[in-house]
Design a protein around this ligand. Structure first.
Ligand code: GLU
Length: 475
């Protein structure tokens, strides 16, 4: 949905790419190959709804085949267009490269409003869409692996897996055809929270660098930073909950479809979510100022330290960019800032933590899920007990040597083997911290690189270019 009539989402992404390409020394042909979408599939298929047959428009775009499978979510939204899916697929390639997830980028889109349909109809649409992808070889554990995105979730992923299995039952790796599945359908613990948790790790890392915070006039650390989250979907809700519970951030504002709420002293995000569940709306939440639906986007302009756009693209555009008060903008959504808005924000000295890095937690844990599916075994199954017994022995030895008993609480902390969820979180945390320092270093090493997004794109372009060079296609 374009609110910035002058630059489309796809053009914005292309502008970001071109801005970064100047800081690399690759031949033009190679840069072009890294920029373009390699394959675009558009299909129109019939679905019977009641007595009527509706023609559904759908896409799957594979942006880059430099690594396979390609990977990226499927979006259900009435605003889906070919250009939008192309922009999102493009971001996926760079995102995967930045966090060292060995996939090319892809994205799917089905042009429907999922809230208009019953689960029964959504199931028919999902299964038919999957069948179309199978028929054109646009899906498969080693070809292209979808995942949830806006308007889809575990339920849709289970339907996709089941449809694929119906056709390709002999494929022993069939469960790896899609990620974000329910845990009891070959999913992985920690995938649902992964994007939000990744946003938390990334924002925390950015706030932990004293010199960067000093430049913004902020104290070091996420603790007590005032945060506004726009969008309480899967990504926004986990970002808010984990940032509050584990990072000590103060949530001062929430934006949603029905309106927004703001309280400069902060509120408890769990209470807000419970209130919404009970009342069907966040509006009227006790102690907070309620902002009606028509003005809901003004929440982006309220006073806070960290603004987290966690819904859709282009919400910060040339019209409102100059009014943004937050010093840090943490892009949890894909493409929430247009390229024109970015210039305005950078001129105003803001720190933008870019989507291609910050929301990569989802695809990172998708990678873990895919690996689990291919290995046919839960992470931790082999070593958990072994580790636990070894650590128990160690604790006993220390107790003997020191002559003091370790408390049960301490023992439970030290002498335990890792479960799947522990390993997933640890792998995600490591990935997000590592990648942040990689892109920050890219910027530090080349003072001409003006911002973190450009640094992230440079990092991605260089990594993808290395793959192409290794193939020997480019001299
Ligand atoms: N749709 C998510 C994204 O935009 C997740 C993609 C995936 O897990 O493959 O990053």
């Amino acid at each position: 949905m374009s609110q910035d009539r002058i630059v489309s989402f796809y053009e914005s992404v292309t502008n970001f790419f071109n801005k970064a390409a100047q800081f690399t020394s690759h031949p033009e042909g190679l840069l072009k190959q890294i920029q373009v979408c390699n394959a675009v599939y558009r299909t129109l298929f019939p679905v019977k709804i009641g007595d009527e047959v509706r023609v559904i428009e759908a896409y799957r775009v594979q942006h880059s085949h430099h690594r396979t499978p390609t990977k990226g979510g499927i979006r259900y939204s009435i605003n889906v267009t070919q250009e939008e899916v192309m922009a999102l697929a493009t971001l996926m390639s760079y995102k995967c490269a930045i966090v060292d997830v060995p996939f090319g980028g892809a994205k799917g889109g089905v042009k429907i409003n999922p809230w208009d349909y019953t689960p029964d109809v959504l199931e028919r649409i999902t299964r038919r869409y999957t069948t179309e992808l199978i028929a054109r070889n646009f899906i498969g554990p080693s070809v292209d692996v979808p995942a949830p995105d806006y308007g889809t979730g575990e339920r849709e992923m289970a339907w996709i897996y089941d449809t694929y299995r119906t056709f390709k039952g002999a494929d022993i790796d069939a469960a790896g055809v899609v990620t974000g599945k329910p845990v009891n359908q070959h999913g992985i613990r920690g995938r649902k929270e992964a994007t939000g948790r990744g946003v938390y790790y990334g924002a925390r890392e950015a706030c932990n660098i004293p010199e960067d915070m000093k430049k913004l006039g902020l104290s070091t650390g996420l603790k007590n930073k005032r945060m506004i989250v726009q969008g309480l979907g899967n990504v926004g809700s986990y970002t808010a909950m984990i940032s509050q519970d584990e990072g000590g951030a103060i949530i001062v504002g929430i934006g949603e479809f029905e309106g927004a709420i703001y309280n400069p002293d902060g509120f408890n995000i769990h209470e807000v979510m419970k209130f919404r569940q009970e009342n069907g709306s966040i509006l009227g939440f006790p102690g907070a100022q309620s902002i009606p639906k028509e003005k809901r986007e003004s929440i982006l302009e309220y006073d806070c330290d960290i603004l987290v756009p966690a819904a859709l693209e282009e919400v910060i555009n040339y019209k409102n960019a100059a009014r943004i008060k937050a010093k840090i903008i943490a892009e949890a959504a894909n493409g929430p800032i247009t390229s024109r808005a970015e210039e305005i924000l950078l001129d105003a000295g803001k720190l933008i933590i870019p989507d291609v890095y910050l929301n990569a937690g989802g695809v990172t844990v998708s990678y873990f899920e895919w690996l689990k599916n291919l290995s046919h075994m839960r992470f931790g199954r082999l070593e958990k007990r072994f580790d636990q017994q070894r650590l128990e022995k160690l604790v006993q030895m220390v107790e003997r040597e020191v002559g003091r008993l370790v408390s049960d609480e301490e023992k439970a902390m030290i002498a335990r083997g890792a479960d799947e969820i522990d390993l997933v979180r640890s792998g995600l945390e490591e990935t997000m911290i590592n990648a942040y320092h990689q892109i920050r270093k890219e910027k530090e090493d080349n003072p001409k690189i003006p911002d973190l997004r450009t640094a992230a794109f440079v990092n991605a372009i260089n990594k993808i270019s290395n793959d192409y060079m290794a193939m020997g296609i480019f001299p």
